[in-house]
Design a protein around this ligand. Structure first.
Ligand SMILES: [Zn+2]
Length: 132
C-alpha cells in the first residue's frame, strides 16, 4: 500500500480514487479515507504534475494556490547579435500565483502566428464556443 497521494498528506493510502475518464485521461491515485471523503463531499481538487516525482492531488486551499493567473503580456523585438539577421518578434506571457510569485514564458512569434492568435482570441471574445 502506498502513501496517500494528496499533497503533504502523511497518512497511508487506503483506497484507490480514479479520475473520470470521460473528460480527461483516467488516472488512479491512492488516497486516505479522510481525503476520499473530502473529494466525495465536493471539495475542490486538481492534479498537479510534479515532473519526475509523478503527480499529486491538490485539495482545498492548495487548488487555489496552485493556479496561475494571467497578469499581462509584453511584445518586444529581439535583435540577433548577427547584424544580418532580422529582428524577431518576442511575446512574453506573465502569470502570477495566488502567493504573489511571478512567472513568465517568452516565445519567438511570427507575424502569421500573431495573426492566428489575434483571430482566435477575437473569436472567443465574440462568444465562440467549442470549435466543431
Ligand atoms: Zn490523505
Amino acid at each position: 500500500m502506498a502513501n496517500c497521494q494528496v499533497m503533504r498528506c502523511p497518512r497511508a493510502g487506503e483506497t484507490i480514487f480514479a479520475t473520470d475518464g470521460a473528460t480527461a485521461m483516467r488516472r488512479e491515485f491512492w488516497v486516505c479515507q479522510q481525503h476520499l471523503a473530502a473529494i466525495e463531499g465536493g471539495a475542490a481538487w486538481c492534479i498537479e504534475n510534479l515532473g519526475s516525482d509523478g503527480s499529486a492531488i491538490l485539495i482545498g486551499d492548495d487548488v487555489i494556490a496552485g493556479d496561475l493567473l494571467f497578469h499581462g503580456f509584453r511584445m518586444s523585438w529581439e535583435t540577433s547579435p548577427s547584424s544580418t539577421a532580422t529582428p524577431r518578434r518576442v511575446l512574453s506571457l506573465i502569470a502570477k500565483s495566488a502567493g504573489g510569485s511571478e512567472e513568465s514564458l517568452t516565445f519567438v512569434i511570427s507575424d502569421e502566428q500573431l495573426r492566428e492568435l489575434a483571430k482566435d482570441l477575437t473569436w472567443h471574445l465574440q462568444g465562440g464556443g467549442e470549435k466543431g
